[in-house]
Ligand binder design. Structure first.
Ligand code: KG4
Ligand code: ZN
Length: 345
């Protein structure tokens, strides 16, 4: 049994969490997430402001996570910290703090890839969300379709060629005059919309697609964004809900069909969703309906664990720690870095 302190500062949430457990038997003892509200004013994350806000809040956020877990630092077996990918200045705050704490107290520091954290998040809430499974990670910065044979062994099947799914939601929200981040606002607006009026082309989805085609598992969302822009320009204000509805339907259908292709290709009966866009109820419902009809179970994290949080970093960190991985004092942060454990597709 290990006690893991997780730290996440890759974007605009300062987060810390304490987990206890071993293997797939893990208990979340605390999770503190401080979302940096200031970026709303600018309509997007301002990197320099994010770094400074992390600096201000990292110490109280970590202290609070320990206090809520009823643990002292000297009871912590390892500190798991996000070292990539993300905003470099933001990542550096978490990495520097974890290294300083670890060095001063003689606690091993375990570097965690942010997207591997998202892969583990759902397993904190659903016992069955463990490999083998098909994973769809959809966040503001990434769109990744993966086959997960076991923890630490990942086949990257598809990524986005341009905008991430969440980024498309945020940009379309801006076009529709909605606040940042836009995902939840689009979802709410779409609920009142009539489907089918705009019938946007499903991006990268053709009936003629066959396994082996280069785009079979790939995503692209920037063309859809342009189609929405044209629809907004040529329509009245009253059509915003219908546009939001058809935009969301187009994204959801593409995500669902590509996920089904991946599950079929590797004969997986479990699908795990992760990242902020996984909060979308229309996406979850469509996934459950379509994949369920094919005999697969779909697992999605609750919003707190879907969006950026340190519990998922601690969870992935526990896995890496149990394999004997730990960083030296030369650990650095990286804006981009491939997911560890990638296999040829
Ligand atoms: O995973 P996340 O918190 O941060 C990143 O690592 O990027 O994801 C944030 C993204 C934003 O683009 C946001 O608009 C989107 O998740 N999002 C949603 C919903 N809730 C959050 N997108 C669609 N529907 C939602 N309900
Ligand atoms: Zn994320």
């Amino acid at each position: 049994m290990s006690v893991i302190l997780g730290i996440e500062t890759s974007c605009d949430e300062t987060s810390a969490s304490v987990l206890e457990g071993s293997g797939d038997f893990v208990e979340q003892k605390s999770l503190v997430i401080l979302s940096q509200d200031i970026h709303r004013v600018f309509g997007g994350v301002v990197p320099e402001i994010a770094s400074r806000a992390h600096l201000t809040s990292i110490v109280p956020v970590v202290d609070r996570a320990l206090a809520e877990a009823g643990r002292r630092l000297d009871e912590v077996d390892a500190i798991a910290v996000t070292y990539a990918p993300g905003l470099i200045g933001a990542l550096l705050v978490g990495v520097s703090y974890a290294k300083a704490l670890g060095f001063a107290r003689g606690i091993p520091v375990v570097p965690v890839h942010h997207m591997e954290g998202h892969l583990f998040a759902t397993s904190l809430e659903h016992r069955e969300a463990v490999p083998p499974f098909t994973a769809l990670l959809v966040s503001g910065g990434h769109t990744m379709l993966l086959d997960v044979e076991r923890w630490g062994r990942y086949r990257l099947l598809g990524v986005t060629r341009d905008d991430a799914a969440g980024e498309a939601f945020d940009k379309v929200a801006k076009l529709l005059g909605l606040p940042y981040p836009g995902g939840t606002h689009i979802e709410a607006l779409a609920r009142g919309g009539t489907p089918g009026r705009y019938n946007f082309t499903r991006p990268m989805l053709r009936r003629t697609d066959a396994p082996g085609d280069p785009d079979y598992f790939a995503f692209s969302f920037s063309g859809l964004k342009t189609a929405v822009l044209n629809a907004v320009k040529s329509s009245g204000d009253g059509d915003r809900a219908d546009i939001a509805r058809d935009f969301q339907d187009a994204i959801v259908e593409t995500l669902v069909e590509k996920t089904l292709r991946a599950a079929n290709a590797y004969a997986r009966t479990r699908v795990v969703l992760g990242g902020g866009v996984a909060c979308n109820d229309a996406l979850q419902d469509a996934m459950r309906a379509r994949l369920g009809a094919e005999g697969a179970s779909v697992f999605a994290p609750s919003p707190r664990l879907a969006t950026d949080n340190a519990a998922m970093i601690a969870r992935a960190g526990l896995y890496r720690f149990e394999r004997g991985e730990q960083a030296g004092t030369d650990l650095n942060a990286y804006a981009t870095r491939p997911l560890p454990g990638l296999q040829a597709a």
